[in-house]
Design a protein around this ligand. Structure first.
Ligand code: SF4
Length: 150
């Protein structure tokens, strides 16, 4: 199934899976990434969060999933072990806390932003270097002075 809407009431998670394969009655999340494997665990945590949702939605244990990377054209098996589950639950709680306090970390513009599906909403360069008020005022004065007088 593609684009399956996911949610976990227990962990306060919501999202949409790229794909969920069913091996018999057991769902297996598969996440597609345009790039290559990274030197951090964010992709595994995202996949594990999907597994937690699927477990709650279907009432079955979800023991593994897969990440497919476009650059390497390789599918990597991810086992949802105790450590990854713990990290995922910890990250979900931290995110919910940030949302509750209305304070999220500022974006850091990086090459990966060009391929990020959230780039338009996130606007990392704009938020990193907000346009100065002085320049904005000058531009407004400039455009106002070009208007014909009534
Ligand atoms: S566009 Fe925003 S969310 Fe996407 S990678 Fe860049 S900083 Fe992160």
């Amino acid at each position: 199934m593609r684009g399956l809407v996911l949610r976990s009431l227990e962990y306060g998670l919501a999202g949409k899976a790229d794909a969920v394969e069913f091996h018999g009655t057991t769902p297996c999340p598969v996440e597609y990434k345009r790039g290559r494997p990274k030197n951090h665990r964010a992709d595994e945590v995202q996949l594990c969060a999907q597994a937690l949702c699927l477990e709650e939605m279907f009432g079955v244990p979800v023991l593994e999933g897969a990440l497919f990377y476009g650059v390497t054209r390789k599918r990597i098996l991810v086992v949802f072990d105790t450590e990854l589950r713990g990290l995922t639950v910890q990250m979900a709680a931290a995110c919910r806390k940030m949302i509750a306090f209305g304070k999220t970390p500022p974006p850091q513009a990086k090459p990966a932003c060009q391929r990020c599906s959230l780039a338009e909403t996130c606007s990392p360069t704009r938020l990193e270097k907000p346009p100065s008020v002085q320049n904005w005022l000058l531009s407004q004065i400039g455009s106002a002075s070009e208007q014909p007088l009534m």
